[in-house]
Design a protein around this ligand. Structure first.
Ligand SMILES: Nc1nc2c(c(=O)[nH]1)N[C@H]1C(S)=C(S)[C@@H](COP(=O)(O)O)O[C@H]1N2
Ligand SMILES: [Mo]
Length: 539
């Protein structure tokens, strides 16, 4: 930049000195820079909070506390929100939105700080108090988390004051403000602003890498040696995978497994210090650590878990081989008292699920899972320990980052989603899906091969049928399932002449009950209706 030339907006600043009646008034051009200063100060405060929480409270920063509080406070019945939370929440978009709001408040603070000293600093301090309030309400609260929003806000307030002072120095507000003095003052201001922005950016990158890598825990996870299973998973029967091109694998690889949770950042739990407590209506409270758990006789089972927010034909469902200790064994040690009918499982971030005691104590192999497809649980799937309960939607059973099992009663306690418009009980509904061909796809006339999956966890599937243009149901070839708790693949070849067709699928469970035809939305307890696709058959 040519320093002998006035910067573009010194023209607005300098052209009308009479506008600057004393140091309190801000010229329009410098107001823009005041806004920029405010943005840098506000984002700087956020970054300071992230860095400091990295040191003092890795699982709770002011930013994630406010985000978590916003997510929890979303009014029930707001469908898009529910879908965003239950559905594959785009957490990056949510975080970006939060940063935009913070930047906007920062800009406002900058504009306020310029004419009224400390007005902007007060806005940033108020922001710190919001952060503190949010932090205090979070389940991950530790003493170390408390000073973080205060120190971060103080840093932001000092920074905004410093930058605005520099900005004001540039324009003394009287005739002494010659073009030369202004341009040198402007240079000093811009240098300060650039330095502050640079430090903020570098700090942001460090905080991001720090979080992203969650390095120590990832390493601990990689080093963790899972014991073998005392009772291995039943072998996958021959032919369970129908081998139709374009179908998903029968066992879902971890990296492709759907992820649903309310956690803005993945909770990072040190396996060395993790404990699980059994509390509530029990004769004996129990606390065990990971070494205790891994020393138990573990079993391995394939279980297909599904989200209640899975739309008809949707992909919020996956099948994995889970290694864990049966929940019923732990509950037997704790000895639930008469009258208890629910277990409220809690994760490290305070999220809860209410599961009927009965399904955790019957023979269905509900697990305290430590392994997923032969590896320790991935961090985003609940490392180090989660629950897996065959037959129930995830929101009432599949607690990730598990820390407590509270034996209680449905009359006394509620899981996270129940007061938010979702049913207290969530058995998975029998359903089926056409995966091949994909809807709208063009295929050639002749034998068209259809393929897909059907599930009725813990009951099993007896038949799958297809119908074309609402004609008679035609029975598909149903592959053997791995167990009653997993999905089944099916396929059927149908002769089709050129034209456009509607194809529907329905499954019947092993008790003879067909899946529900009536179209119902996902709330409050899971969608129903036949998955319907359209196929264009070319000549
Ligand atoms: N801690 C915690 N566990 C949770 C949730 C959550 O929000 N927090 N969501 C549940 C829901 S709604 C589902 S469908 C499953 C999804 O498990 P996955 O992400 O491993 O597929 O996790 C369950 N466990
Ligand atoms: Mo879910």
């Amino acid at each position: 930049m040519n320093t002998s030339q006035p910067l573009p907006d010194t023209a607005d600043d300098g052209a009308s000195p009479e506008m600057r009646t004393g140091i309190q008034s801000a010229a329009p051009g410098s107001r823009r820079w005041a806004a920029v200063s405010g943005v840098v100060a506000a984002v700087g405060a956020v970054v300071a909070g992230e860095l400091l929480s990295g040191l003092l409270s890795p699982s709770l920063s002011p930013l994630t506390a406010v985000g978590g509080a916003v997510i929890d406070a979303v009014p029930p019945g707001v469908k898009d929100w529910a879908v965003a939370l239950f559905g594959t929440a785009d957490k990056a978009v949510f975080l970006a939105g939060m940063l935009l709001v913070i930047a906007a408040v920062g800009a406002l603070a900058g504009v306020l700080e310029q004419p009224r000293r400390f007005a902007g600093a007060a806005v940033i301090a108020a922001f710190g108090l919001v952060g503190l309030a949010a932090v205090l309400t979070r389940a991950q609260l530790t003493p170390g988390a408390v000073p973080v929003p205060l120190v971060a806000a103080l840093a932001g307030a000092l920074l905004i004051r410093f930058l605005i002072r520099r900005l004001d120095d540039e324009a003394p507000g009287d005739a002494a403000g010659t073009a030369g003095a202004q341009s040198s003052g402007r240079r000093t201001f811009l240098q300060s602003l650039a330095a502050a922005a640079g430090v903020t950016a570098v700090g942001g990158i460090i905080a991001g890498v720090w979080r992203g890598a969650a390095s120590g825990i990832s390493t601990a996870r990689e080093k963790l040696q899972l014991p073998g299973a005392a009772s291995g998973a039943p072998a996958i029967p021959a032919g369970a995978e129908v081998g139709v091109d374009g179908m998903q694998p029968l066992v879902t690889p971890n990296r492709d497994f759907y992820r649903i949770d309310t956690a803005l950042i993945v909770p990072v739990i040190d396996p060395e210090t993790w404990t699980l407590r059994v509390t509530g209506l029990v004769d004996r409270e129990i606390e065990l650590n990971l070494a205790d758990l891994l020393a138990k006789p573990l079993i391995e089972r394939h279980v297909t878990i599904a989200c209640v927010s899975n739309e008809v034909g949707g992909d919020l469902i996956g099948n994995a081989r889970w290694l864990g200790w049966p929940v019923r064994e732990l509950l037997a040690l704790a000895a639930p008292r008469p009258g208890a009918d629910m277990v409220l499982s809690r994760s490290s971030d305070g999220w809860t699920a209410g599961t009927p005691l009965e399904v955790l104590t019957d023979d269905r192999d509900a697990l305290l899972a430590v392994g997923m497809n032969g590896e320790p649980l991935p961090l985003e799937h609940g490392f180090p320990v989660r629950m897996i309960v065959p037959g129930l939607y995830g929101y009432v059973s599949a607690t990730k980052w598990l820390t407590e099992l509270r034996v209680t009663r449905f009359a006394d306690d509620k899981g996270y989603w129940t007061p938010r418009g979702w049913s207290e009980r969530g058995p998975i509904k029998t359903a089926s899906r056409i995966d091949v061909p994909r809807t709208g796809r063009r295929v050639s006339a002749g034998t068209v091969t259809f393929g897909g999956v059907a599930w009725s966890q813990h009951t099993g599937i007896s038949k799958v049928e297809l119908r074309i243009n609402r004609g008679p149901w035609q029975q598909a070839d149903l592959a053997p399932g791995i167990s009653l708790d997993t999905w089944y693949q099916w396929q059927l070849g149908i002769e089709l002449t050129p034209g456009q067709y509607e194809v529907q699928v329905r499954a019947t469970d092993l008790s003879g009950k067909p899946q529900a035809e009536e179209r119902r939305p996902v709330a409050p307890d899971g969608a129903t209706g036949f998955h319907t696709i359209r196929v264009d058959v070319n000549p």
